[in-house]
Design a protein around this ligand. Sequence first.
Ligand SMILES: Nc1ncnc2c1ncn2[C@@H]1O[C@H](COP(=O)(O)OP(=O)(O)OP(=O)(O)O)[C@@H](O)[C@H]1O
Ligand SMILES: [Mg+2]
Length: 462
Amino acid sequence: MPVYCPSMASATILVVDDEQLIRWSLSNRLTEEGYRVLEAETAADAIRLARDGVDLVLLDYRLPDADGMTVLKQIKETTPETLVILLTAHSSVSMAVEAMRNGAYHYANKPFNLDEIVLLVEKALETTTLRREVRSLRASQAQPYTLDRIIGTDDAVVKMRALLKKVATGPGSTVLLTGESGTGKDLAAKVIHYASPRASKPFMNITCSALPETLLESELFGHERGAFTGADRQKHGLLESADGGTVFLDEIGEMVPLLQAKLLRFLEERAFKRVGGSADIHVDVRVIAATNRDLDEEVRKGKFRSDLFYRLNVVPIVLPPLRQRPKDIPRLVNFYVDLYNGEFRKRIQRVTPAAMERLSSYGWPGNIRELRNAVERAMLLAEGDELTVEDFPVRAGQTSADTVELPATGIDLEQWERSFVIQALDRSGWNQTKAAALLGVNRDQIRYRIEKFKLEKPVSSA
Ligand SMILES: Nc1ncnc2c1ncn2[C@@H]1O[C@H](COP(=O)(O)OP(=O)(O)OP(=O)(O)O)[C@@H](O)[C@H]1O
Ligand SMILES: [Mg+2]
């Protein structure tokens, strides 16, 4: 049974042929079928019209100013979504193969039967409509935080996924996620929440390093009216707002001692007081904490309370750095290629073996975030239908962070950190998001460092 599909009937078709009679007969018939039809006599006209966006091109192979294959390539490069059906008088297998390889949807031999062409056009447009529908359905029903969103078959990842599942479905025990920047702590926290019975309740997160102490306290625990200057009304904190759900405390290692004590009490008694309040408030919240520091070490140095550490460390989950699981790199690369194909409406079919090799042997100090950014950038700039070595420029120090050699005389790490932060801010004109990307950290972490090093935006770059 034919299905009426408005987007199909109103599709725009470009008919390219230098023979007027052929253009006329195709155009006539397709208009009758309800399509909008444009005509071009030359390759140059065809390319110009296609650039404005048409759904399908019926393209004659032999044109006065260029051959159809050239036009096909050009169209596929500028508007990869456009469907092209090549019309040729000399049917040859090699030509058909070449056409398909260059992205043609199909080809038809001349002289053709109009009914056949109409059927072919209908089928082709159905695939675009379907493709678009599937894409938007996927986007709208996306479950971005399901367990299978965590990609990897390396043993460490398989175990981690199993642990996340167990934790999610179990009682609301506290979880401590540790791992370098970009290894997926945020993602893991969300996966736990959305796979747990708490999924329909709020997931709230806060980066402990992003706010000054007093602000963080009132964000977390709320405050009573008049608790401090400016507190002109009572405010619920994150813990209260997340009742029944999950609170994700990112960069817990940066939390100051006073708040560590208050958080400890909450974890032990499931109760807290708002700032300036005297009543205990009880809530049912699962706490997930994350850090890229070695908390054990912080405890030893006396910077982090040991009792809080043990309370948080009920279920420790360690996210492995990417360089320890290079076999997962191709899988991750392909995942992001698919993702950005959808987002950017590109049709990258593959990453060349040489490019994949380069990606697999790189050390990825910024872990999966850095890999995602590299693929995103390559996809934005790529012109053909594959990603090659050239699409992944060699970076300064294209080596694993492990292999950057420490000078024999040692360095002052803080000084280096400060210098890199300043350079990144300078280079990005003090755009914190861009500076963060240059350093493979997030914006909160840049903000934290701006405060830590007391950096100020120079007047000249304002
Ligand atoms: N195993 C994975 N599979 C697929 N994508 C992942 C995986 N782990 C992380 N990602 C993606 O990598 C990016 C960085 O992950 P995320 O923000 O969770 O890292 P993080 O550990 O919280 O980093 P930071 O310490 O800098 O906050 C995100 O886009 C995330 O979706
Ligand atoms: Mg994070």
